[in-house]
Design a protein around this ligand. Structure first.
Ligand code: DLL
Length: 432
């Protein structure tokens, strides 16, 4: 069964009518239940009755992560605490955690959205799925878990932390699917290869997300594990995983648009980008009860396509993420995204896709060092070979970034492996 297929395949006009009626209800709901929104609307001279259809969404104010932090922990909740059955939180690297809450119905809607995503990836009740996102305050573990259970798959709640046990059980249980971050899956792949377990796997699918990954990394995972990998997107503030996912055609991620309204805006002017143009993704939650959010600025960079997909779904598709507005490093005036480094390195056979970008400032000049791990197959300590390789990689990165980085080759398995979201950048300039 494909969850709620009708909603994913309704015509754009029908969808727009549904979105209009849901937006009108939402605005009335937040005006009467969240002081923060009432005050924001009053400041703009807006009354709920001024919002009549989905086109009017542009009149509404934005919400940011700082708004959530300033109202920490429960200040933006629209229901009394007795109706909140769960909270999650995202740690963030600075400041207070962002706390999000769910009513019983929010949890049900969340499970349905994740189930839709998993159905898009072809997961059925015949599957055995290892959930290897972290369980706990992070939304990945429990979010994927409830969605997979809703489909009726057999769920193995592995969480992260014991990779050897995970790979052993993957073989012993005949796991056919795994849900985890793409960088963690790459790490698990290394272990499976080292232990000679690849041929014994029954694995067919991976549902990966929670961090940006390039098209090339996607292909590499598919080839090394002989599986199909799917890209699942979400963020705690909006719900968790399950806001969007790609289907078997891999031509963008279908947004659960009956629950979440996407806008792609120019992050400087906050005006809509045309279809296909990259901008900041902004979401409005139509149906959330505990923490409804209006025009939440995700800071994620993507583009949007409203055409019907080859799979028949009519829901808008967002493109694979290009990074985040705040991921972007400005080094000597040049904009650099970590994903550009990953995309460039994946073409170089002699190195693995593990890297670390270290930015510093010396004598008022930005410096860029990129540490790159050698592929064990090509590992050598012959200085001349290493120098040649260093030159080659410097050239590749120079072409990709428009900057001349200092490349440091490191031995296989020396850079830190992450079990959750990977960390690829150390910006020492922020420490001064
Ligand atoms: O990462 C929710 C999630 C869990 C999504 C498991 C998918 C799978 P947060 O911790 O709040 O929530 O982080 C949200 O992670 O704004 C993006 O920057 C990034 N992100 C999430 N999914 C993707 C993806 C979860 N598929 C932030 N591609 C978001 C690129 C992603 N970036």
């Amino acid at each position: 069964m494909i969850w709620n297929e009708a909603k994913e395949c309704m015509s754009r006009d029908e969808l727009s009518a549904l979105q209009s009626s849901r937006l009108v209800k939402l605005v009335d709901y937040v005006y009467h239940n969240v002081e923060f929104y009432r005050k924001k609307m009053q400041a703009l001279g807006l009354l709920p009755g001024d919002i009549k259809n989905i086109e009017d969404i542009v009149k509404l104010p934005f919400t940011t992560k700082d708004d959530l932090r300033e109202n920490y922990p429960f200040g933006l909740f629209a229901v009394p605490r007795s109706q909140v059955v769960r909270v999650h939180a995202s740690s963030g690297t600075t400041g207070k955690a962002t706390v999000v809450g769910y009513t019983r119905r929010d949890i049900d809607v969340w499970a349905e959205c994740v189930a839709r995503c998993m159905a898009m990836a072809g997961i059925t009740r015949e599957d055995t799925i290892q959930v290897a996102y972290g369980y706990g305050l992070f939304t990945g573990g429990l979010g994927a878990h409830y969605g997979a259970e809703k489909i009726g798959a057999m769920v193995v709640p592995m969480s992260t932390g014991n990779s050897k046990k995970l790979t052993t059980m993957m073989v012993d249980f005949g796991a056919t699917a795994i849900a985890c971050t793409p960088s963690y899956l790459l790490h698990l792949t290394e272990i499976l290869e080292q232990e000679g377990l690849i041929e014994q796997l029954k694995l067919k699918k991976a549902i990966c997300g929670a961090e940006p990954w390039t098209e090339k990394m996607h292909k590499e995972i598919e080839e090394r594990l002989h599986i199909s990998a799917f890209d699942i997107y979400g963020l705690s503030e909006i719900m968790g995983p399950g806001v969007a996912c790609d289907c078997e055609f891999h031509k963008g991620l279908h947004v659960c648009e009956d629950h979440f309204y996407p806008e792609v805006l120019d992050s400087a002017t906050m005006k809509p980008q045309k279809a296909g143009e990259t901008g900041e993704l902004v979401f409005t939650t139509f149906t959330k009860e505990a923490l409804p959010l209006i025009r939440y600025r995700t800071k994620d960079l993507t583009s949007i396509d409203y055409s019907t997909c080859e799979c028949g779904r009519t829901s808008a598709r967002i493109s694979r993420f290009k990074g985040r507005v705040d991921d972007m490093l400005i080094i000597r005036g040049v904009n650099v995204f970590p994903s550009q480094v990953e995309a460039a390195l994946i073409d170089v056979e002699e190195v693995s896709p593990h890297y670390m970008i270290i930015v510093d400032r010396v004598n008022n000049l930005d410096t860029l060092e990129i540490q790159v791990e050698l592929n064990p197959k090509y590992y050598t300590d012959e200085i001349r070979v290493l120098e040649g390789l260093n030159k080659k990689i410097t050239h590749v990165l120079n072409q990709a970034l428009g900057l001349n980085p200092k490349v440091k080759l490191v031995e296989p398995q020396t850079l830190n492996r992450s079990e959750g979201k990977s960390v690829h950048v150390i910006d020492k300039r922020k420490l001064y």
